[in-house]
Design a protein around this ligand. Structure first.
Ligand code: SF4
Ligand code: FES
Length: 247
């Protein structure tokens, strides 16, 4: 199988093609290791857990943001995801049945090859103050309703891989947009009965809840099934309800 890989050394951009023998169960991360260990040790990419837990290996695979460690080579051409208004599809290299295209996540600055600088993602994430804010320190553990725990889990499953950030057209146009992951986490604190801050109000601004255009790419690319678009929609409904009550 052939792989066309984006290369950047700090000065020049290019794509290199590598032939890698196929093995059963082979992932894109396995392919990158094969290239680095057997063909070209200058290839740079980020990874840690190799098991879809750490979130560090998100990249663009055939123009879809995915985790390299969780993407089986033999399924790349079968798995089609229709991403809406995604400028990446019309730019740069064309897709081909002759190779799998592997590139860095869009909407973030490239440092080297497949490694992006995550600062912009985390700067937006920090805006939501992503930690529990209870009224007072609890004296003992909280008892949680299992249904509420399951509702929270949809959002706590996020591994901060930034695939949604790289797949969101709004993030591509507006670097101040909080982004799907940050808003999903903010909604998670809003619905957490242990949190006592007005989380809806904290993103009630042009670059917060209201910037989303509901392309739903975030939900389509999320490797953990987090539904940021759903949380954003619910938050907006509640804010609109508040405004109606005030009128
Ligand atoms: S919401 Fe999904 S795609 Fe976005 S950062 Fe979290 S795990 Fe990754
Ligand atoms: S290496 Fe950790 S998520 Fe892929």
């Amino acid at each position: 199988m052939r792989f066309k890989i984006y290369r950047y050394d700090g000065e020049e951009e290019d794509h290199d093609i590598y032939e890698v023998p196929h093995e059963e169960g082979q992932t894109i991360l396995d392919v990158l290791f094969h290239i680095q260990e057997e063909i070209d040790d200058s290839l740079s990419f980020r990874y840690s857990c190799r098991g879809a837990v750490c979130g560090s290996c998100a990249m663009l695979i055939d123009k879809v943001p995915k985790l390299a460690c969780r993407t089986q080579v033999k399924r790349v051409k079968e798995e089609k995801r229709e991403l809406e208004n995604y400028e990446v599809l019309d730019e740069g290299e064309n897709l081909s049945e002759d190779f799998i295209l592997v590139e860095p996540l869009p909407h973030l600055e490239v440092e080297k090859d497949l490694i992006v600088n995550m600062d912009k993602f985390y700067e937006n994430y920090e805006k939501i103050e992503p930690y529990l804010k209870p009224d007072e320190e609890p004296e003992r553990e909280h008892r949680m309703d299992p249904e509420k725990v399951s509702e929270l889990e949809d959002y706590t499953n996020c591994i901060l891989c930034a695939a949604c950030f790289g797949g969101c057209p709004v993030n591509g146009e507006n670097e101040n947009y909080f982004g799907p992951a940050a808003l999903a986490k903010l909604y998670r604190f809003h619905i957490d009965p242990r949190d006592n801050e007005d989380r809806l109000a904290s993103a009630d601004e042009e670059d917060g809840w209201w910037a989303c255009d509901f392309y739903t790419n975030c939900r389509k690319v999320c490797p953990k099934g987090v539904p940021p678009n759903f949380g954003i929609g619910k938050a907006r409904q509640e804010l609109e309800g508040r405004k109606d009550d005030e009128d």
